[in-house]
Design a protein around this ligand. Structure first.
Ligand SMILES: [Fe+2]
Ligand SMILES: [Fe+2]
Length: 305
């Protein structure tokens, strides 16, 4: 089994050009859930020809991410994007917007992004038929990737995707490509480079500032638009790329009891990410009414973004 710190991680998968998809070793890491062995082309996941090229671009991605995601940067982005003054649209409209421009060159996908979102949701629905909130969470958890869109400022990849981690305290060495944090200005700032940094033990993840990306943005959108989704759904949306926590068990000293409860759902949820890129085709028009009914149940008709 490959070391977690050397393998590119899950969430730069689907969104990128040269950046890889899911770790082939993931199926062994994900516990009881049976992962598909092949992608839509019948190849193993992330079967790139230029393996070394791929590695290089992943490493370059994390170098940029680790250097640029500082406490000040994240604060600034949360404030700016937290205003939600860019546009108004429904959840479904956002799915369609994402459909237009993300993932054209993901080697594991030959279908529209909207099918990818629905595959995640439908896989969850099959195994957990009574948790309708979790089905909807599957559909929407990646919608924050609209940050890549020109109308959202066309943020660079390192500010949208990739594994996430807390800022304002020491970077844990379980973070992938940890070495590049040494060039992050916070690395040598004594306010931010101790185990607890600006936080206190057990303060709860809600009080911890996470690196900026699609997870935290979608969390802000859902919360500020007064979703009635349960707290576990918001937790999943906000921390689904927080691999140092849910894969390596780092940063648990910052969690509170509610976080511990919500982690159970996040672990369940994470099993479905790879599956969402399998061969299972979804008839969008057939399942759309069901998801529109869930959107209506948990969100206003139009959301501020
Ligand atoms: Fe994601
Ligand atoms: Fe995802």
């Amino acid at each position: 089994m490959a070391s977690a710190t050397e393998q590119p991680q899950q969430e730069i998968h689907a969104e990128n050009k040269n950046i890889p998809s899911d770790d082939p070793s993931r199926s062994k890491l994900d516990g009881g859930f049976t992962m598909p062995e092949t992608n839509t082309f019948g190849q193993t996941f992330r079967d790139y020809n230029a393996e070394s090229e791929r590695r290089k671009s992943v490493e370059e991605f994390y170098r940029n991410q680790h250097i640029n995601q500082t406490f000040d940067y994240v604060k600034k982005m949360r404030e700016q994007y937290g205003k939600l003054n860019r546009t108004e649209m429904s959840i479904w409209e956002c799915c369609e917007l994402l459909n237009e421009f993300v993932d054209e060159s993901d080697p594991d996908l030959d279908e529209p992004q909207i099918e990818h979102l629905l595959q995640t949701a439908e896989a969850i629905r099959k195994d957990h038929p009574n948790e309708d909130w979790l089905h909807l969470t599957g559909l929407i958890h990646d919608l924050g990737k609209v940050l890549l869109h020109p109308s959202f400022g066309a943020l660079p990849q390192w500010a949208v995707v990739g594994d996430t981690f807390p800022v304002g305290c020491a970077f844990d060495d379980s973070n992938v490509h940890y070495k590049y944090f040494k060039d992050n200005p916070d690395y040598n700032n004594s306010m931010y480079n101790t185990k607890n940094g600006v936080y206190s033990p057990g303060c709860g993840l809600n009080n911890v500032v996470m690196s900026w990306g699609h997870d935290d943005y979608m969390y802000l959108v859902a919360k500020e638009n007064m979703t009635t989704l349960p707290s576990a759904a918001l937790f999943i949306i906000r921390y689904h790329s927080f691999y140092p926590l849910h894969r390596s068990g780092a940063y648990t000293h910052l969690m509170n009891e509610e976080d511990v409860e919500n982690m159970k759902w996040l672990h369940i949820f994470n099993k479905y990410d790879l599956y969402s890129k399998s061969k299972v085709r979804i008839d969008v028009e057939k399942v759309k009414p069901y998801y529109l009914s869930l959107i209506k149940k948990y969100f206003p008709a139009k959301l501020k973004w």
